[in-house]
Design a protein around this ligand. Structure first.
Ligand code: NCD
Length: 314
């Protein structure tokens, strides 16, 4: 894809060379992301961070990544504090906000809203999560994490578990991983919280080995990567409300030590509830905090590509 001035709405936009480009540039962001090298390539640019749904890490990660490259950030958080609480349409909000900035990162509870915003805006729009739809930058950073932790993204068994029905991070990651070869997908969740059929059908049509199961423990021994997600309580249908899956589809230190491969990588987009117990934290396998750190590098890489500044790196 052509990254310059592009909206980032769905992982379907990326092919493998695009991903390799993002990964290589993300590697180069390492020291800048940690503040060890100063960089001002986005000097004079403004990011509008429009977060209309709860967020801590994505909002701060989008903002800090922009600041580390010398740009300025203007944020608004939550419907209550935005003009949408006064009945303003998304289209009007975007048409106004774009007057204040050079790029918009938006999180919105409505699936499909990122595309609507992108259709209206004359500046690039980055989807920071649209309802149960997609979270493309999370998927990029997840794939980057897998590459960093395993040394490859091909030829792996990835077990996704938890709320696969309402979790947008797993929707985006499953689709993104289809750019790689010889991946076995294991989707371990109760029937009511399984991966949507269209994603499963698409992976199978592309020739991937896909397993759906409600037996997490029985499938842990073959996993190279375990990607856990929390129950998306704020998005459940009436019928699914009140079901507790976190404690059943739980990863504990005992399971990691007794059932998993020695070098299994445990990931989670965070925030977690109790689906990954805190006794996993000290294990070298626990990659979820590092994952958040890699996210900074990946978002920085994406900004440079969107502004056509990737060639200006020293
Ligand atoms: C996720 C999200 O917002 O979809 N969080 C994140 O961006 N890291 C996961 C979640 O909320 O469960």
């Amino acid at each position: 894809m052509e990254f310059q001035n592009a909206d980032i709405i769905s992982v379907n936009q990326f092919d493998r060379p695009d991903l390799e480009k993002v990964f290589t540039l993300s590697d180069q962001m390492r020291e800048i992301a940690r503040g060890k090298i100063r960089n001002r390539l986005l000097d004079g640019k403004i990011l509008a961070n429009l977060f209309l749904e709860a967020s801590t890490r994505s909002r701060m990660s989008f903002a800090s990544a922009f600041s580390r490259l010398g740009g300025d950030v203007n944020s608004t958080t939550g419907m209550t504090f935005s003009s949408m609480a006064k009945g303003e349409s998304l289209e009007d909000t975007i048409s106004v906000i774009e007057q204040y900035c050079d790029v918009i990162a938006m999180r919105n509870p409505v699936t499909g809203s990122a595309q609507i915003a992108a259709d209206v805006a004359n500046v690039p729009v980055i989807n920071a999560g649209d309802g149960i739809g997609e979270h493309p930058t999370q998927a990029l950073l997840d794939a980057y994490t897998i590459n960093a932790e395993k040394g490859r993204v091909d030829d792996l068994t990835i077990t996704m578990t938890g709320d696969l029905k309402y979790g947008r991070t797993v929707h985006s990651l499953a689709k993104l991983m289809s750019n790689f070869d010889d991946i076995k997908f294991v989707f371990a969740a109760p029937d009511d919280f399984q991966m949507p059929d269209d994603i499963i059908e698409d992976l199978r049509a592309k020739g991937f080995d896909v397993m759906q199961t409600d037996d997490l423990d029985g499938n842990l021994p073959e996993a190279d990567v375990v990607y856990s997600t929390r129950l998306q309580k704020e998005r459940l249908s009436e019928a699914d409300r009140g079901k507790d899956i976190n404690s059943i589809f739980q990863i504990t230190r005992a399971k990691v030590e007794q059932l998993c491969k020695k070098d299994v990588t445990i990931m989670h987009p965070l925030p977690r509830n109790d689906e990954v117990s805190t006794d996993v934290n000290p294990l070298p396998n626990a990659a979820y905090y590092r994952q958040a750190g890699y996210g900074m590098q990946v978002r920085m890489a994406l900004y440079l590509l969107i502004f056509g500044k990737d060639g200006d790196l020293e």
